[in-house]
Design a protein around this ligand. Structure first.
Ligand code: SAM
Length: 278
């Protein structure tokens, strides 16, 4: 029987994030992989987003968390009910009117399966995979300009469900990882980045934002995990504050292609760093 090479190549890339997320780490994976520690314990990702690093590592035991409740519910639905989410997702079409109708639906009135399918649909059909809510917590991203988006990538969703089976998934603030990580575990922090300049600040991942107070708290959590014998790794922007605050740890500079800027001429390479303790 002839093997369809295209299919083999495509499934070989699974699992990959089932949501496109601002700050997603897919394109940086080769740089990050080189710096992953050899660890025997549990994997923790307290700023989960699309979970690019988690899906790449595919650890048997993991604790995944984020403060975005809708995102966490969506991950739980994929882990526990992937088949049903797929059935719901198949009902959605890439069409402007359908997009705005779906966006206008109050997610509170939906089942958790319908809510997950709605979130994935809005993410695939909306502008640039953005997640943005207004002051009332309503999703307000406009319809995207895609050629032929793959709204329901069933093979990938099922592959994601498979790796998520061994994961505990919780909605909580990042600092809680301090209590749960044990010596020998590995924690990867991918927070909202420190803005490179006042105009490039992009902190509206969530209504609460993420300021310098949170960056300092994160540095303290990083240090206390290090003292406890946990492997820690942190991504952030290449700014003087990071070099100063993480003096004594290993800091590597890497270049990332970013397209969060709405003016396409200003999209391009920005400096990022990876801080590790091993
Ligand atoms: C840069 S994104 C993570 C991207 C992810 N690594 C990926 O590959 O898609 C940052 C994430 O941190 C979450 N976040 C922001 N503030 C937080 C907080 N105080 N505690 C936990 N999560 C937070 C946001 O909801 C967002 O999903």
């Amino acid at each position: 029987m002839a093997i369809d090479i295209r299919l083999v190549e495509e499934t070989a890339q699974y699992p990959r994030p089932f949501l496109k997320w601002v700050g997603g780490k897919r394109q940086l994976l080769p740089d990050l992989r080189r710096r992953f520690p050899a660890f025997e314990g549990r994997y923790h990702e307290p700023f989960l987003g699309g979970g690019a690093v988690f899906f790449d590592l595919g650890p048997g035991r993991a604790t995944l968390s984020d403060c975005n409740e809708e995102l966490i519910d969506c991950f739980c639905a994929i882990r526990d009910h992937a088949d049903e989410v797929i059935l719901q997702l198949r009902k959605h079409i890439y069409e402007r009117e359908h997009y705005y109708e779906t966006r206008a639906v109050d997610p509170e009135g939906l089942t958790k399966i319908q809510r997950a399918a709605r979130m994935i649909y809005l993410n695939k059909a909306g502008f640039n995979g953005l997640y943005r809510v207004n002051s009332r917590g309503e999703f307000n991203v406009p319809f995207g300009r895609h050629k032929n988006p793959n709204i329901c990538d069933e093979g990938n969703i099922l592959a994601c469900a498979q790796v998520l089976r061994g994961a505990t998934i919780i909605c909580r603030p990042f600092e809680r990882v301090k209590r749960t990580a044990r010596p020998g575990d590995f924690v990867y922090f991918d927070p909202p980045y420190i803005p490179l300049s006042a105009t490039s600040s992009f902190t509206s991942y969530h209504r609460s934002g993420f300021g310098m107070y949170d960056q300092e708290l994160l540095a303290r959590v990083f240090e206390s995990l290090d003292k406890k014998g946990v492997h820690v790794m942190l991504s952030n922007s290449d700014v003087p504050w990071i070099h100063e605050r993480f003096k004594g740890f290993k800091i590597s500079r890497i270049k990332a292609r970013r397209n969060v800027n709405s003016v396409s001429a200003r999209r391009g390479f920005v400096g990022e760093v990876v801080v590790t303790n091993s």
